[in-house]
Each structure stands twice: as C-alpha cells, then as structure tokens.
Design a protein around this ligand. Sequence first.
Ligand code: 5GP
Ligand code: MG
Length: 182
Amino acid sequence: MEALHPDVKDILLGEDEIRDIVARMGAEISQDYADKNPLVVAVLRGAVVFMADLMRAIDCPIGIDFMAVSSYGDGAKSSGVVRIVKDLDTKIEGRDILIVEDILDSGLTLSYLIDLLKGRGPASVEVAAFLVKDVPGNTPAVAPRYVGAHVPDEFIVGYGLDFAERYRNLPYIGILKPEVYK
Ligand code: 5GP
Ligand code: MG
C-alpha cells in the first residue's frame, strides 16, 4: 500500500490496479492493430506516465510521437481554449493514429486535436484515455475507443496528472483535497 500524500484525499487506483488496467488496454490495442503500424501519439505532459506503461503493453509494431496542448493553465477548470504548444514531428498521411490521453473531461481538448489531425489525411484516428471523468449531465465531445477507468467529478492527480505541475510523480491516481486548489 502506497503512503498517502497529505494533499490527497483518497486513492482511486493503486499501482496494482493501474498495472492491470494498462495490461488490459495494451492487449485490446495489440489485437486491433495486429497487422498495422500505428503512430501512438501522447498528449504532453500528463499522458507521459501512461504512455510509457501502455507502449510496453503493446506487442505489435508502433511508432511514437508527442504533442503538447494547453487548455487548463494552472487552474482546475477547463478554459475551452486549446493552444498547440508542440506539434508532431511525424508525417501522418495514410497512417493509423492512436492518441493517448491522461484524462477526458469535457473532451474539448481532444475533439480539437482529432479535427486537427484528421485534416492531415490519416487512415484512422482513435483515442485511448486512461481516465474518463463522469460529470452528471455532461457528455464528453469525444468517445474514446479504449478507456482505462471512470473517475468521479473531482480533481484527480498522480500517475502523470498534475495540479500546478505538482503531484505528477505520485505512483497512484488520487483525489486532490479541495482546500489545496480552492
Ligand atoms: P477536457 O478538454 O476534456 O475538459 O480536459 C482535458 C484535459 O484537462 C486533460 O488532458 C487534463 O490535462 C486536464 N484535466 C481535466 N480534468 C482533470 C483533473 O481532474 N485533473 C487534472 N490533473 N487534469 C485534468
Ligand atoms: Mg492532458
């Protein structure tokens, strides 16, 4: 059992659960892309931890690349404004693209990214989201093909996810205490 960080209210997914989830997702992806050579695109910076684990759970040929977008700033609420901070280095025309994302909330960030990448003529664009946030009355703008786990409508940190660049190195997925970000 991991030691609980004093700013974390609850652990939602521990290291063992995360390992099982990633193994299951990797197996699904390996099966679906068995005869393809997808470009696996991680969205920086939150998805790097998930990406590092997921790519090692995929046993078909893949390439990897990274994009950085900015939508949240240092706050806890989505601004709805997406800015490309770092673009792909790889040409994606005719290529199968799998976007790896840490957490899907409104889906605004991803729906912008998907439209942008589709404009470059890839063979396909799918999404692997480690987490999907369940917000009552809210349907995300994007339906990910692969989902790790659903989390409640709270502020999630750890396993790559930050608040103001902190907590990314926690090895588990936890709920940040509201008094930390309010
Ligand atoms: P969306 O555009 O889907 O509303 O927001 C997606 C992005 O916002 C995620 O990639 C992530 O960077 C950030 N985000 C959304 N919810 C959370 C959360 O609970 N915790 C953290 N750390 N980031 C979040
Ligand atoms: Mg993100």
